[in-house]
Ligand binder design. Sequence first.
Ligand SMILES: Cc1cc2nc3c(=O)[nH]c(=O)nc-3n(C[C@H](O)[C@H](O)[C@H](O)COP(=O)(O)O)c2cc1C
Length: 240
Amino acid sequence: MNVLAINSSPKKDKSNTSLILNPFLDGMKEAGAKVELFYTGDLTIKPCTGEFHCWVKHPGECYQQDDMQQLYPKLREADILVFATPVYVDGITGPLKNFIDRMIPLVKPLFELREGHCRHPPREDGNKGKLVLVSNCGFWELDNFDPLVVHMKALCKNMSRTFAGALLRPHGPAFSYMLRSGPSADDVVKAAREAGSQLVRNGQISDETLLTVSRDLLPLDPYVEEINKRFKQALESTNK
Ligand SMILES: Cc1cc2nc3c(=O)[nH]c(=O)nc-3n(C[C@H](O)[C@H](O)[C@H](O)COP(=O)(O)O)c2cc1C
């Protein structure tokens, strides 16, 4: 089973996103999957220029010669695609959106109706695998991920993939400092690893496991107080 994971946090392996993504990928590896991880921060992926070369002039091929070219074969072979992103202004990061837009060579231009809705047919060599979202955010509430989950579900319908769930970590900065200061959030890391193993072994992730990944780590008010204290200290230290 081939897994292609894209981590789009600019902080790469030092990111809060990695704190969930990496154990998830470890769980998949332990269950026997071949996992490849790329950081958009290490890649040059230019924005789509919108000219439909990949649909009309050279069907199935993007004319832009950048790092996306090495990823197309991997995308076509990916049984599981993992998009990992921090929440940036209620959405995914810009580099991940560029990556997603550059996926249109994998589908054909003609419209077809599926369940009464316009879609693009996949190319013959296009893989119809699964897609998982991994995300973390700074705000406390779980509903900060709603726009991203809606986006990923729509993308799956458009690109003929199956949405296999989302590992969502609200109040991500608290997760980071709790892991550094003790074992109190270890169950969340364990659940992320278990999610990877379940997906490879059973083809799905249990709701219970996903709930543990997203569980409240501390109440809202102390979290807001702690974050504000840290930002105030940072502002004072730079005399702003
Ligand atoms: C440009 C920018 C926009 C952000 N927008 C949001 C937002 O809309 N909602 C939110 O909850 N957090 C937001 N955050 C906070 C990040 O999601 C949070 O700090 C996260 O833990 C960063 O993850 P990373 O370490 O994986 O990059 C934003 C951060 C940045 C830098």
